[in-house]
Design a protein around this ligand. Structure first.
Ligand code: AMP
Ligand code: ZN
Length: 472
């Protein structure tokens, strides 16, 4: 059976043949660890987990290498660290933020039934590899130093020609179009508006490493260079699959290709570029201002979405019933339907036998999980159905799915009690010292947890007291 995958680079579905069938190599851009991952971030993790499982099935478990990075250098991380731990040195605060966020991410995606990748490199572990690529790019005339920055020049890449791809080939845009569309307030040290940062200076107190290319002082890498360095370290200069969400096509993936091909003199970075479509929630783009920003953690462990908690398998099925390249509308109704289907499919506890061959065939057609889900409704043999569900990463029994919400509510209440009391006493302290901004912030934080406050006075002592209840 031939495996066919849609390649963003060629804009067509192509038969897939690995460079080395003994080692199929796949890289997927992972999270920037500064906050809870939202349900949109879960989509590439689930989609590429299914592809990983399919590759392991076709080529053998030992013959697939899956790399998904963790981005742990980023301005958003610095901001969050300074805000959450104002009394700690910034680097220590950053370590706390990135460690806690990465641990939460691991717990979230495990609950969604995703296998861990074979390697999960962190950007901060690969600074030397990034500097080496940057040095090569400057030596090759593809990048230049300006005011403590190193910038990549797409114009230099296009002038070089040879085996190199054209800059813009992945995103299907021309450099002229990009120049015409460039913003007017371009940083003064850039020669061209389309030049992008490989390295930049760090301010005092910010994370920094000795700079490459003879630049004095500490600096830090741009975002794109980290994936060129981490994929090379674990997968080599040219590998099979590179994936991520559709928003990463430009500029992130375009720039990764530019860096890697120019540094290594190859015509390709990855053979197949795969991108999942975007997820929206109840018909709307997710955004913090619309208040429909929903994290994986909230869906699994709180009553934020639809007034109840959802089992990870239910979230996974709701994701996979739409083809990965289509946009997806994440709704309470979809979760209810997914739960109902799983409860039915898992009703009989039977040993699993062989995976349904038609399911494998559908997955081999550009990962058509939508067709597999439709097919699951029609599989008559419960042990084949069980094997197929196991294969797709659904691990829970009907009983586990059925009790999940009740369990969360029972456990959540005892955990919350302590947290709520400590927040209320911190708020009373803030009010005593007349720090009303802080006291309002804590009230909002409690409101976000579903807790409504009532301020009053102790009738005996006249002291301010606060009572609370769970909003319904
Ligand atoms: P980020 O941490 O924003 O770089 O995103 C991590 C991954 O999640 C990337 O592959 C993004 O393309 C993907 N992603 C972010 N938002 C969404 C969304 N709403 N729908 C689908 N994928 C998303
Ligand atoms: Zn990347």
């Amino acid at each position: 059976m031939t495996l066919r995958l849609y390649n963003t680079l060629t804009r067509s579905k192509e038969p897939f043949a690995p460079i080395d069938p003994a080692n199929v190599r796949m890289y997927v851009c992972g999270p920037t660890v500064y906050d809870y991952a939202h349900i949109g971030n879960a989509r590439p993790v689930i989609v590429f987990d299914v592809l990983y499982r399919l590759f392991r099935h076709v080529y053998g478990e030992k013959h697939v290498t899956y790399v998904r990075n963790i981005t742990d250098v980023d301005d958003k991380i610095n901001d969050r660290a300074a805000r959450d731990f104002p009394d700690l040195p910034l680097n220590e605060a950053i370590r706390r933020v990135t460690e806690a966020t990465a641990a939460q991410f691991h717990a979230d995606v495990k609950a969604l039934g995703c296998l861990p990748p074979d390697h999960e490199p962190r950007a901060t572990e690969h600074i030397e590899g990034m500097k080496e690529i940057i040095e090569r790019l400057v030596a090759g005339g593809f990048a230049y130093v300006a005011e403590g920055h190193v910038l990549f020049s797409p114009a230099a890449m296009d002038a070089a020609g040879g085996p190199l791809p054209r800059y813009g080939a992945l995103a299907n845009r021309s450099l002229d179009e990009m120049i015409a569309g460039a913003r007017v307030d371009v940083a003064p040290y850039k020669k061209d508006a389309t030049d992008f940062v490989l390295w930049k200076p760090s301010k005092a107190g910010e994370p920094g490493w000795p700079s490459p290319c003879g630049i004095d002082g500490l600096g830090r890498p741009g975002w794109h260079i980290e994936c060129s360095a981490m994929s090379r370290a674990h997968l080599g200069e040219v590998f099979d699959i590179h994936g991520g969400g559709i928003d990463l096509v430009f500029p992130h993936h375009e720039n990764e290709i530019a860096q890697s091909t120019c540094a290594f003199g190859q015509g390709l970075m990855a053979r197949v570029w795969m991108h999942n479509g975007f997820l929206q929630v109840e018909g709307q783009k997710m955004s913090k201002s619309l208040g429909n920003f929903v994290t994986i953690h909230q869906l699994l462990e709180t009553e934020t979405f639809g007034g109840r908690a959802w089992h990870g398998d239910v979230l996974r099925l709701a994701m996979l019933r739409t083809h990965y390249r289509q946009p997806i509308d994440f709704t309470v109704k979809a979760l209810e339907e997914a739960e109902k289907a799983l409860l039915g499919w898992r009703a009989d506890v039977v040993p699993s036998s062989t995976v349904d061959p038609e399911a494998i065939e559908a997955l081999s057609d550009d990962l058509n999980t939508a067709s597999v889900v439709a097919r699951l409704h029609g599989i008559k043999d419960p042990s084949v159905r069980a094997a197929t569900l196991d294969f797709l990463g659904f691990g829970a029994t009907a009983a586990e799915i059925a009790v999940h919400d009740a369990q969360v509510r029972g456990i959540a209440r005892t955990v919350d009690d302590a947290r709520v009391s400590s927040l209320i006493s911190a708020r009373l302290d803030a009010r005593r010292r007349k720090d009303f901004a802080e006291s309002d912030r804590i009230r909002d934080e409690l409101a976000a947890m579903g807790i409504a406050l009532k301020d009053g006075k102790d009738p005996a002592t006249g002291e301010p007291v606060t009572t609370w209840e769970v909003k319904r």
